[in-house]
Ligand binder design. Structure first.
Ligand SMILES: [Zn+2]
Length: 279
């Protein structure tokens, strides 16, 4: 259950409704050793102590990353991009046993964060934000499909001289935009009728337009439906967006043309596609 741009935006929006003004009373880390070794959690746990006594100012997101800002020069950078749960607890009764970070507020509410795959939960001072890989990647100059300046003209400028295959152009560290992972990628290129091995620079105007529209439609629908299914918002409510293409289509037929869906290994992951609709 990856948290991509729409889901990160839902989480940040809800956190920004609930948390500003709350003072952090305590932080607790659990089962963090393995996470710490691979860099998902700060090496020095004292960094989390520096969150205590801070008052939450705001929560915002860009790309897959959520930034929770405190009034004492500290921040929480939360990026559960390959899976995890960010949950708000109005009372201690709903606290889960499993979490990596628990933040208690002085009004007896709490926040818990748990990663189920690759991601980041870090405590970072303002001057250290650019040392955070996910912050630097997502709060960057790269285009975000959630922003107004992401127009078709801008998208055309970004992709038309990219000779690489679509996945590298849309997903990962060399992508021209932030926030899309393999899940969104499969959905978007199916909607646009494009084969994943197409090169961005070879798309016709009509195809490029279809791709641009598919990105915006996917994001709009996920936001409207509370995120994709299996995603939970901060209140534990499940998203209702079922991907139009992805592992959920395994051994099924294309809803548009009836052709059996194929799976290929592509760009460091698996991509499901309709060999007839996606050219
Ligand atoms: Zn088809």
């Amino acid at each position: 259950m990856s948290v991509e741009l729409p889901e990160a935006s839902i989480l940040a929006g809800q956190l920004n409704e609930e948390l500003p003004g709350k003072r952090i009373a305590a932080c607790d880390l659990r089962d963090y050793e393995r996470m710490q070794k691979i860099g998902f959690i700060n090496k020095d746990l004292k960094d989390y102590d520096r969150l205590v006594d801070g008052v939450i100012e705001s929560a915002v997101s860009r790309g897959n990353t959520i930034l929770v800002k405190l009034d004492n020069g500290m921040n929480m950078v939360i990026t559960p991009e390959y899976g995890g749960a960010v949950l708000y607890h109005a009372s201690s009764e709903s606290l889960p046993n499993k979490y990596h970070l628990k933040v208690d507020f002085d009004d007896e509410t709490a926040l818990t964060v748990r990663l189920t795959s690759m991601g980041v939960i870090s405590a970072v001072e303002d001057s250290g934000l650019l040392d955070s890989y996910v912050y630097r990647r997502d709060f960057s100059e790269k285009a975000s499909p959630m922003e107004e300046k992401f127009t078709f003209e801008r998208f055309t400028e970004l992709v038309s001289d990219r000779r690489r295959q679509l996945k590298q152009v849309l997903v990962g560290k060399d992508a021209v935009l932030v926030g899309l992972s393999n899940s969104a990628f499969q959905d978007v290129i199916y909607r646009a009728g494009l084969h994943p091995k197409r090169r961005a620079s070879e798309l016709s105007d009509v195809e490029r337009r279809a791709l641009f529209d598919a990105i915006n439609q996917l994001i709009g629908e996920r936001l409207r439906l509370g995120g994709k299914d299996k995603f939970q918002d901060i209140y534990g409510r499940q998203g209702r967006y079922a991907p139009v293409m992805g592992p959920n289509m395994k051994e099924r037929d294309c809803p548009a043309c009836g052709t059996p869906i194929e799976k290929i290994n592509h760009g460091g992951g698996q991509v499901y596609l309709c060999p007839k609709c996606q050219k």
